[in-house]
Each structure stands twice: as C-alpha cells, then as structure tokens.
Design a protein around this ligand. Structure first.
Ligand code: URA
Length: 168
C-alpha cells in the first residue's frame, strides 16, 4: 500500500483556501488532495457556486498522508501535522478559508461544537475570514438536494463564500 505525502492542488496565489481532513485512497494514489468521490462532489458544488477553483482556490488537508483504512485522525496526528498546515496557510496567505468537516474545524477554530451548529458562520482568525461547511463525504451519505438538507445548506454556504470572494 502507498502512503504518499499529499500536499496541495490549485493555485498558490488563490484568495480562497479549502481545508479537508486527510487523503483517502484516491488521493494517496495520485498524491493530490480531493480527487476522489468527495473531491468530485466538492468541485461540482464550487462550480455551482460560481467559484473558478482552478484559478481562485488552493486545496489541502489537515493530515498530509492517508490514515490506515480512512479512520479519523487522532489528536496526536493532528498535533503533529498542524505546524505544516499553519505554514501552508501563511505561505498562501488567503483572505478566506473554508473548513470542510469537523476535523478541519476543530484544528483551525479550536471549537468542538457540532458542525450542524457552526457551519455557515463566519469567524475571524488571524486576520482571515473562516467558514465551516459539511464535509462532502457527509453529503455523499445524505444526498437529498431538498431545501434545508445538507447539500442545499452547503451550496448556500459556498454561494456566500463566492459573493465575498468576487466582491474583492
Ligand atoms: N479527500 C481529501 O483530500 N480530503 C478529504 O477530507 C476527503 C477526501
């Protein structure tokens, strides 16, 4: 089994940084974040929100290599990888950060409230505007597109991100 370092995709000049949890099997194969099923869904949502992600977004993960069997990263692993992530944020220097899922939310915002309570809310962190959305793997498990369901709420959140990003 592989265990590549998975660092980033997208533009280092982007104003938007998107942070996931950890590479899955496809990411491990390709060495690129968010290229599996979750990544495809995330791309689809970004396109629907009018975000030109090739040009305007940079993607990375809290954890830089795939945890065995895609289990949740441990707090110890998060603490080991966090300095890399913080350095990446500094280097890209984005105006906006989208945290996908609770691992990214806990790591950056240091909040452990349920994601359903915190998603869609903007926070200021080190001079950057930060918002949390549901993890795309959650939307894969609950695919309903009805108003008020996770997919619809996530699209709403990303539309909100898009308005700010393109109002610059
Ligand atoms: N792929 C990633 O790169 N990160 C995730 O969080 C999920 C899938």
């Amino acid at each position: 089994t592989l265990n590549r370092l998975v660092i980033s995709r997208g533009s280092v000049f982007a104003n938007l940084l998107i942070i996931g949890e950890a590479p899955g099997s496809q990411e491990d194969l390709e060495g690129v974040p968010y290229v599996g099923k979750s990544g495809k869904l995330l791309n689809e949502l970004l396109i629907k929100a009018g975000i030109d992600f090739q040009k305007d977004a940079y993607f990375c993960n809290v954890i830089k290599c795939r945890p065995p069997n895609n289990r949740k990263p441990t707090n110890e692993e998060i603490n080991i990888h966090k300095p890399w992530l913080l350095q990446q944020i500094k280097l890209v220097d984005p105006k906006f950060i989208v945290l996908t899922g609770s691992t990214a939310m806990r790591t950056i915002l240091e909040l452990s409230n349920p994601i359903s309570k915190l998603r869609g809310q903007w926070f200021m962190k080190d001079g950057r505007e930060v918002i949390t959305i549901f993890h795309p793997s959650y939307l894969l498990r609950f695919p309903s597109k009805e108003v008020g369901k996770p997919y619809d709420l996530t699209l709403k959140d990303l539309n909100n991100v898009s308005s700010k990003l393109y109002a610059l």
